[in-house]
Design a binder for this molecule. Structure first.
Ligand SMILES: O=C(O)c1ccc[n+]([C@@H]2O[C@H](COP(=O)([O-])O)[C@@H](O)[C@H]2O)c1
Ligand SMILES: Cc1cc2nc[nH]c2cc1C
Length: 648
């Protein structure tokens, strides 16, 4: 009896905290019905419920108080060597796709790994997993075919800049591994009353995913590599494997011995993505109050600004030297030589990384000043154009496809409810700003929130592997706010910097100029208080672009500026952190007069000058290949020495 009992896995622990389980009864199945027919309940029943609730709360409070008063030593943790072993296996677990060996896996090794998986926590102790161990070459070939089809479909959906990278990636090792394991979840296991699954049916697949993690860690400790393949249509796979239809497939794992475990995740090594620092994701008490344990909460804007540094002098010097040795007359690449030196100084590398893949962040918002008749276009065009961007039908989509960039739309303040759509980040602060001619466009707090959204967008896009960011915006009436911002930071008269935006007649232009003048007279914005200026006369998209610029600069990632709104935002960003310009490249010069004034003040020379006045990131997208070309030239152009070309 002893033997089999010892090898039988111990009971998996439950996801429910024992304290909570003891003091707060799990919701009962009838609760939903009770709540739905609440109106029919007589008051006595309701009172009884109240009393029961009160008793439960008191019991719970008593239990917490008792826990606090407990004396004697707490249960010990592991000794340092054991603890380090546990942490080490978590750090060194890898998703492996390359370098598998065909060596067989001994039964006792696989058994230990499966037992570890079977020890996973599960909702209500329901243990919803099953493990189907596949060794047959025929079955693996069938699975491989399914995965190849999905891989091709995914590759087709990618922007060109990403697709190039993806082509180099191996995404599965189905045929290279001796064992494949399918981990399933049975959502019916545990019956109707599974504790903790009452309101969260997803707890069954979550539990099975925890079994996958246990399996993965145990495999790592055995020296077994595991690759989780998710390039499958789940239902198709259920049918192909002849699994019972009520099961969900949680993971398809390729398992085998490997030549080595890479120090870093393969996707990180391939530049597909970057590791997000822990400090970005730990919040104290409320979401957004980021603080690591023992640290004071840090202010996202202040932290970002503190990380912005000037161009690296050494890499800059190396870039100038390299330019001189490249097989071309000195200075023959004109402005592009300056850009390549900037990219070197920014990345602290010479030659600099080629800024690909790239993403354009299009911030969309509406403007209270629209009420002043500054544009003939109705406000709803903002939301309609956002829908057009998401459907792929706008100029920015065509240009992005042409240059291989990703389009990312961020709703920071559109005056309409936008349905959840892939590619749309819902970050609405308010449904449009207020009218700047009658009061501030937004509160200081809203301005900061919008800046933080821009910073977080930069963080997300850079962590997702983008090596260049492009600004874009959409907001009917936003050229009025842009003109007002530019007037404040350049000192130019509103008449010099107010333009025709989407296209207006002389009468509307005169009114628009007066609107800008009135707003400035009302607020008397102080350029030394850039957030105050944004709050008084800016738009949500301007503030978010400020954040994108600061975020990009703090991550030493180039940001290509689009038109007049980006120019206005860059003036604000520079007033917050002068070194932000180290990361900024002026993509183009817009036909708006304010844009020239802004670029002159910033000392930025635009790469493209084609009388565009569209926005949406279109000018920045056109400039992207120029920026990429200059970096590529640094990598690929021979030197006079190496090519044997005589210098003058
Ligand atoms: O980027 C520019 O320089 C630019 C110049 C003129 C117009 N726009 C776009 O047109 C919209 C604002 O124009 P308006 O006339 O409504 O202020 C807004 O959606 C911008 O993206 C953009
Ligand atoms: C049609 C239209 C498209 C735009 N794209 C950016 N701003 C725009 C404004 C209008 C009016």
């Amino acid at each position: 009896m002893q033997g089999p009992q010892q090898s039988r896995p111990a009971a998996p622990e439950t996801l429910e905290s024992p304290v909570l389980a003891a003091t707060v009864p799990a919701p009962r199945d009838g609760d939903a019905e009770l709540a739905q027919s609440a109106d029919d309940l007589d008051t006595r029943a309701a009172e009884q419920e109240d009393i029961a609730d009160q008793e439960r709360r008191e019991e719970s409070a008593a239990a917490v108080a008792e826990a606090r008063q407990s004396t004697g030593p707490a249960a010990p943790g592991y000794d340092p060597a054991e603890r380090e072993a546990v942490l080490k296996v978590m750090r060194e677990r890898r998703d492996i796709r390359n370098g598998f060996r065909s060596d067989p896996i001994p039964h006792e090794v696989l058994l230990r790994v499966l037992e570890a998986a079977h020890h996973a926590p599960s909702v209500g102790h329901s243990q919803p997993w099953d493990f189907v161990v596949i060794r047959s070459a025929d079955t693996r070939r069938a699975m491989h075919e399914l995965a190849v089809r999905q891989r091709d479909a995914y590759a087709k959906s990618l922007p060109k800049g990403r697709a190039k990278q993806f082509k180099e990636l191996k995404i599965e090792a189905i045929l290279d591994t001796p064992v494949n394991i399918v981990v399933t979840a049975d959502p019916t296991r545990g019956g109707r009353h599974t504790l903790g699954r009452h309101t969260q049916p997803q707890m069954a697949p979550y539990s099975a995913a925890l079994a996958v993690e246990n399996l993965w860690l145990a495999a790592r400790a055995e020296g077994l590599g595991v690759g989780w393949v998710s390039f499958f249509d789940e239902r198709e796979m259920v049918r192909a494997l002849g699994l019972p239809e009520h099961l969900e497939i949680i993971a398809y794992l390729c398992v085998g011995y490997v030549d080595e475990f890479p120090d870093e995740p393969e996707l990180l090594q391939a530049g597909w993505s970057k590791r997000r620092p822990l400090s970005w994701v730990v919040h104290e008490e409320t979401y957004g109050r980021r603080a690591l344990p023992g640290e004071e909460p840090h202010d996202l804007l202040a932290e970002t600004v503190a990380q912005i540094r000037p161009l690296d002098a050494k890499a800059l010097g190396e870039a100038w030297e390299r330019q001189k040795r490249m097989t071309k007359p000195a200075g023959a690449l004109g402005m592009l030589e300056i850009i390549s030196a900037q990219l070197s100084g920014l990345s602290r590398q010479c030659p600099p990384p080629i800024p690909e893949p790239a993403a354009v962040a299009i911030f969309a918002g509406d403007h209270g000043v629209h009420a002043q008749g500054v544009t003939p276009w109705p406000q709803e065009v903002t939301a309609q154009m956002v829908a057009n961007f998401l459907g792929g039908g706008a100029v920015c989509n065509a240009f992005a496809t042409q240059v291989g960039a990703e389009v990312c739309i961020v709703d920071v303040g559109v005056a309409a409810d936008l349905p959840a759509t892939p590619g749309l980040l819902p970050r609405k602060i308010r449904a449009g700003t207020s009218d700047m001619t009658t009061g501030p466009s937004m509160s200081r707090d809203e301005a900061r929130q919008a800046i933080e959204i821009g910073i977080e967008t930069a963080r997300d896009l850079v962590a997702a592997g983008n090596k260049a960011l492009l600004t874009g915006e959409m907001g009917i009436a936003n050229t009025t706010a842009s003109a007002a911002l530019i007037s404040v930071f350049t000192g130019a008269d509103p008449a010099e910097v107010t333009g025709r935006g989407t296209g207006i007649n002389d009468e509307t232009l005169a009114r628009k100029t007066e609107v800008v003048r009135r707003a400035l007279e009302l607020h008397q914005p102080d350029p030394a208080d850039p957030i105050g200026v944004l709050a008084a006369i800016g738009g949500f998209e301007h503030a978010a672009i400020v954040g994108l610029l600061l975020g990009g600069a703090s991550l030493r990632t180039p940001v290509i500026l689009d038109g007049v709104s980006a120019g206005a935002a860059a003036l604000v960003a520079r007033a917050i952190a002068p070194e932000v310009l180290a990361a900024c490249i002026a993509g183009h010069r817009s036909a708006e007069p304010g844009h020239v004034a802004a670029l002159n003040k910033l000392g930025l020379r635009p790469l493209v000058d084609l009388d565009l006045r569209l926005g949406e990131g279109t000018g920045a997208l056109l400039a992207l290949p120029l920026v990429q070309s200059t970096a590529r030239a640094m990598h690929e152009v021979a030197t006079f020495d190496s090519a044997g070309v005589t210098e003058k």
